[in-house]
Design a protein around this ligand. Structure first.
Ligand code: ATP
Ligand code: MG
Ligand code: FE
Length: 351
């Protein structure tokens, strides 16, 4: 089967064609990602209206390019999958409406994909990875720990009670004038700094559970910036911030590993990291030694699969289509759509 996947939930416009034979491992036929970083950089963050307009401007071209590269017509596609949430409503409308139009014209089923499920399943493209596993999803908009039992079956073990970790990186970078996106800039600056130079809090470290909190840490950085004598010790601040984040992550993930082991009776001792923050080398190294110390496997997909992309949406589409899970053409986008329905109320957008 061949599935076309569209991703427009945030600031990447993406399309991909993924194929899979019966029961076989899926493979990518063609993929395109247009990153809107340049459009949002002047504002040091994603501007929803600019994002939606950029999706309109670029999505059709990207779809045409992947179809041409794979040498396919819409009639060769078995289903059209698009991210239906969670995300920015303007972008979701662009992607989902485009997918509906193609599905209608080609008389193919539509699959409305949860963006978090797409991130959660994406490591299965390149790694031999059976259910269940523990997922750490860390990006600009998300920071959570989930047990992935199966397609459509997740248990949320913890999540941020305020900012996402990527958002904290972006805001610290903004305070220091390092530009956008902040994560890579902070990591580069941290390489020349002393992680012990600036005392910063480790929010929730040692507490029960697996939730995260980054707003107090962000404010502590703000105070350190205000109190510093010029010239601003940018490298030391970045190194100290990154060390605090890493230490908190290791603590929270350690708790989640214990919970996951209890709930899965010791099966599935694999930690999978997804989302843009998975690019951070300090975090990766710390998680690698945590996993090794507990005799767990660490799976970090290649970066192009960690950040937002169309391949993961097509892949989630394949997994759902294989289970007969398709959606009607009047399905609505859901700006808020948690994976674990028991964990939070589900306000329905009804757009
Ligand atoms: P969503 O949260 O909806 O999945 P997003 O665009 O916010 O979308 P991604 O594209 O997955 O998320 O990742 C971008 C985030 O990852 C940004 O916050 C960025 O600062 C962060 N990031 C990227 N590289 C690094 C790095 N090396 N270290 C830390 N953070 C990083
Ligand atoms: Mg992004
Ligand atoms: Fe994402």
């Amino acid at each position: 089967m061949i599935v076309l996947g569209l991703e427009t939930s945030c600031d990447e416009t993406a399309a991909a064609l993924v194929a899979a034979e019966d029961g076989g491992r899926p493979h990518v036929l063609a993929e395109r990602v247009y990153s809107q970083i340049a459009e949002h950089a002047p504002y040091a963050g994603v501007v929803p209206e600019i994002a939606a307009r950029a999706h309109v401007a670029h999505l059709d071209r990207l779809v045409a390019e992947v179809m041409a590269e794979a040498g396919l017509d819409y009639g060769d596609v078995d289903a059209v999958a698009a991210t239906a949430g969670p995300g920015l409503i303007g972008g979701l409308l662009v992607g989902l409406t485009t997918a509906k139009a193609i599905a209608l014209a080609a008389e193919r089923p539509l699959v409305a994909v949860n963006h978090l499920e797409a991130h959660a399943l994406s490591p299965r493209l390149e790694a031999e990875l059976d259910f269940p596993y523990l997922l750490l999803l860390v990006s600009g908009g998300h920071c959570q720990l989930l047990t992935v039992h199966d397609v459509g079956r997740f248990t949320r073990l913890g999540s941020t009670i305020d900012d996402a970790v990527g958002e904290a990186f972006d805001k610290v970078a903004k305070m220091l004038g390092l530009g956008y996106p902040g994560g890579p800039a902070v990591e580069r600056a941290a390489a020349a700094g002393d992680p012990g130079a600036i005392p910063l809090p480790r929010p929730l470290k040692g507490r029960a559970g697996c939730d995260f909190s980054f707003s107090g840490l962000k404010n502590a950085v703000r105070l350190a910036v205000a109190a510093a004598e010029p010239p601003l010790p940018v490298a030391d601040i970045c190194a100290s911030f990154q060390a605090a984040v890493t230490e908190v992550m290791v603590d929270r993930v350690g708790h989640a590993m214990s919970l996951h082991e209890e709930r899965t009776a010791g099966r599935g001792r694999a930690l999978v990291v997804a989302g843009g923050v998975a690019a951070n080398q300090a975090l990766r190294q710390a998680l690698a030694s945590l996993a090794a110390g507990r005799d767990w496997r660490l799976v970090v997909p290649p970066l192009r699969l960690c950040t937002d992309n169309g391949v993961m949406v097509a892949l989630a589409g394949i997994e759902r289509l294989r289970r007969g899970l398709t959606d009607p053409l009047d399905v609505a986008p859901r700006p808020r759509w948690p994976l674990d329905p028991g964990a939070a109320p589900l306000p329905f957008a009804g757009v």
